[in-house]
Design a protein around this ligand. Sequence first.
Ligand SMILES: CC(=O)N[C@H]1[C@@H](OP(=O)(O)OP(=O)(O)OC[C@H]2O[C@@H](n3ccc(=O)[nH]c3=O)[C@H](O)[C@@H]2O)O[C@H](CO)[C@@H](O)[C@@H]1O
Ligand SMILES: C=C(OP(=O)(O)O)C(=O)O
Length: 430
Amino acid sequence: MDRIRLVGGNPLNGEIVISGAKNAALPLMIASLLTDEPLVLSNVPRLADVKQLERILENHGVDIAVHGRRRGESDGGGQRMTFHAADIVDTTAPYDLVSKMRASFWVIGPLLARCHEARVSLPGGCAIGTRPVDLFLFGLKELGAEIDIDDGYVVAKAPKGGLVGARIVFPKVSVGATHTLLMAATLANGTTMIENAAQEPEITNVAECLVAMGAKISGIGTRTLTIEGVEKLHGANVEVIPDRIETGTFAMAAAMTGGDVLLRGARPEHLQAALDILAKTGVDLTPEADGVRVRRNGNGILPVDIETQPFPGFPTDLQAQFMALMTMSQGTSHVRETIFENRYMHVAELARFGADIAVDGQVATIRGKDKLKGAQVMATDLRASVSLVIAGLAAKGETVVNRIYHLDRGFERLEDKLSRCGAEIERLAG
Ligand SMILES: CC(=O)N[C@H]1[C@@H](OP(=O)(O)OP(=O)(O)OC[C@H]2O[C@@H](n3ccc(=O)[nH]c3=O)[C@H](O)[C@@H]2O)O[C@H](CO)[C@@H](O)[C@@H]1O
Ligand SMILES: C=C(OP(=O)(O)O)C(=O)O
């Protein structure tokens, strides 16, 4: 299994190009199931999760092509890919494919809408809590679907004639359930209202893609989405938004090590809450024409308390990285994780660097240290893994991060991007 070795202490200086967002690319790829015409996506990141979803879509009968570079495109840019679901040959998403990744469960929405049936294995994904699917099932039932659980599979059937528009009031905000019901409703008979919908920028990216495919959606970017079902959707060309979690991660890495990094392509409005918090820790953040500049020169890291919240709040996917930063703050800070009940797996690993963190229920109390010391650590989930890299970049001496396949799920060329900015970091194969 590959590992990452790094030697801490170098400030980060230079430029990092932000990749396309994993959490937008995945549902956009899934949206291709809604039409028999080609959906062309650009800026698709090269990630293990994208590859895994390609396998799942191919199993349903989707033809997938990766296009070559065009004039004027940089070599590090995202992929342009076509997804063509001319004929869906199989409406089952099997356990061995779905169990590796949470988002693969979301195929249930388009399959049910277009083929009127779906059999999808209960999902996997990062082990950060129980992660039930009750909200998906509740929403699909509201659209008239009949649902059974059989041998670890969700078996869903639409009424004769297809799904029927309805008012769905989610009792809790869910990104995945919003994506799924939004996609399902585009082909339902009549109008659907999704209330208490997630407002994440990735939802907006998908909603705008669906509109480009001929869907009728209003309220995009708000808590209430209204979808007037149409008979058919068509092909479209859509760009994946830049990854706000990658942006925040590199911003925190630069804040941790000091230095001056331009995050090229970053969209500050997609992570304003996190940038506002970073500014309070003493980092200079300057929006530029094509990105955000992050600078910390000499001054110490100030302690700041955070609470994770659905968008536009502080994202849970940046909680571990922020905690890594706080381990070297000049005081005591608190993190409250309100989205997932078990998203503190990085705490025990950060302790190996000498970090002082105590967890009590939802709240972690972090007492900042002057110094961290490099260590052997184990990556436990995607964002936890990168928090260990951030700690390692600032720690004295050598760090080895084991089990980095988690990192490859969500970070494109992480070592390359960091080493170009002066970090001493390499991948050890095997
Ligand atoms: C691929 C992708 O985009 N993953 C993101 C997505 O995950 P995901 O879509 O899985 O996260 P949700 O927004 O659904 O989860 C939010 C909360 O709702 C709960 N819940 C969810 C569904 C359900 O049926 N029942 C239920 O109780 C979850 O357990 C969790 O406590 O949003 C999360 C919250 O921003 C991010 O951390 C993940 O990176
Ligand atoms: C938790 C994440 O991914 P997933 O929902 O696929 O587990 C993530 O992207 O941080």
